[in-house]
Design a protein around this ligand. Structure first.
Ligand code: CA
Length: 470
């Protein structure tokens, strides 16, 4: 080969795939999923054979993160490839009101802006069929353009079940009737996870084979209300009687039943892919939007949904990419929800959109085993809101994590390798390191244009508020 040809080859994009070579995507996003909720992440009470099998066929990440400790911001981060701090979509829609709190919550954005090209839009532009199932929770409740923000206005060809709801809103909640957009109510007593899965299987069966697809399934489960079919509740009540809880995990029969229904759903989807001959060219991704809603669901990590500590944001994170990812592999590198957008574009052989997924990094080199680390060594969180936690920002750099609480500037510093449960605050012992990370965190907030909090003129200290309330 002559030199010119070599140069020509080098100038080609890294991967150009013919349409029939582009992989399909099944993206499974579980609500309020604890790091310890699956067998492959250590649970002994929950029974997740299908999910464990999925993990055994792909790569399991041990330091996978959600971009926020609550729903909507994490979901938007996956779709936009941007940190919540950058989009200003920083709390669950429509958030808590704390008019008497010490700090004023900024005027944050309760929707994804249409100007952004989000992940499903980018894949659609690349020839993909796109379908949304389940919980959306990204509509600006009460705003005039409310209806303009359902999944079909953000790149999905079809929407089954997505509305402004953060949880099932039908009279039977997880049981039929559901009253959800385009979802068959089935018969009384039917379970929501099953019916959404039926719809997803119908989509798979009907998909035109010449066109690759994105099946984006955002489960309502495991969000409250915690409910499962009676026979499963009975099964796990029985199991609980003799269960040796060696890991102090969540032993809640109804929640375990929800997990089993989730696992059934994953199993049915995998079986359908097999049946249709699609398994070998379908990437399956499974993760969660924020930590479990039960303190014991997080595999021993500190705190849970709504908190600044690891239990609020560390998530199961599994990717099966047939022929590319070594079966049964694991990865220790920290990765986060914003990374899916550039990763999936690269998998699809589509050009990156660095002006869109500004905070994501393609994790393809990790998945292919080409590398064990990324060039990035910092992750960030920004939560200028009151929830279970006080408002905070956080940075993880290598194994170190610094949390800054905005009310009083209090700092917490942890070495996640030596102390994964964040039990020993090292901030006082290592003030220089704490200040170095704080400086980085502040610089990052400036770079992404994060909204900051201000002193609240209507602040009523808790003691006075209590008196007034009497
Ligand atoms: Ca959630």
């Amino acid at each position: 080969m002559n030199g010119l040809k070599w140069i020509g080859l080098l100038l080609l994009p890294a991967m150009v795939l013919a349409a029939n070579e582009q992989p399909n995507f099944v993206f499974l996003l579980v609500d309020d999923l604890g790091w310890g909720d699956f067998g492959c992440y250590g649970s002994e009470f929950h029974e997740t054979p299908n999910i464990d099998k999925l993990a055994s066929q792909g790569m399991l990440f041990k330091n996978g993160y959600a971009a926020c400790t609550v729903c909507s911001p994490s979901r938007a981060a996956i779709l936009t490839g941007c940190y919540p701090a950058r989009t200003h979509l920083t709390d669950w829609i429509a958030g808590h009101k704390r008019p008497r709190a010490k700090l004023s919550v900024p005027d944050w954005t309760m929707k994804m802006e249409h100007e952004r090209v989000v992940l499903p839009e980018a894949l659609k532009a690349g020839g993909y069929a796109t379908a949304f199932f389940g919980k959306w929770h990204l509509m600006p409740i009460g705003a005039p353009d409310f209806e303009e923000h359902d999944p079909t206005r953000h790149g999905f060809d079809i929407n089954i079940g997505g509305r402004e709801w953060g949880q099932p809103k039908g009279p039977g909640k997880y049981f039929s009737p559901f009253g959800m957009p385009n979802l068959d109510d089935g018969k009384k007593g039917d379970f929501l996870t099953d019916k959404l899965t039926d719809a997803a299987l119908d989509f798979l069966a009907a998909t035109e084979r010449e066109q690759p697809f994105l099946l984006y399934f955002a489960y309502y489960t495991l969000h409250g209300p915690i409910m499962a079919p009676p026979e499963l509740v009975a099964k796990y009540k029985q199991k609980a009687k003799t269960f040796k809880n060696r890991r102090n995990e969540c032993v809640n029969p109804a929640r375990a039943g929800m997990v089993e229904k989730l696992d059934d759903s994953v199993g049915r989807i995998m079986a359908k892919l097999d049946e249709l001959g699609l398994s070998e060219n379908t990437v399956v991704i499974l993760t969660g939007d924020n930590g479990g809603d039960k303190p014991e669901s997080t595999g021993g990590l500190r705190d849970f949904k709504g908190f600044s500590h690891e239990g609020g944001v560390r998530e199961p994170f599994v990717v099966k990419w047939p022929g590319k990812t070594a079966a049964g592999s694991t990865c220790d590198e920290p990765v986060i929800g914003t990374d899916f957008y550039p990763t999936m574009l690269e998998m699809a052989g589509l050009p990156p959109r660095p002006d869109q997924h500004r905070d994501g990094v393609s994790i393809v080199p990790l998945l292919t085993g080409q590398r064990t680390t990324l060039d990035r060594n910092t992750l960030y969180w920004h939560y200028p809101h009151y929830h279970r936690t006080l408002p905070y920002g956080a940075i993880r750099q290598g194994d170190l994590k610094l949390i800054e609480f905005f009310e009083d500037g209090r700092l917490e510093l942890y070495d996640l390798k030596a102390d994964p449960t964040e039990s020993e605050n090292l901030a006082a012992a290592h003030p220089e390191k704490a200040q170095e990370l704080l400086k980085k965190l502040k610089q990052w907030r400036q770079e992404v244009g994060a909204q900051t909090m201000t002193d609240n003129p209507n602040y009523v200290p808790p003691k006075q508020a209590k008196k007034k309330g009497k």
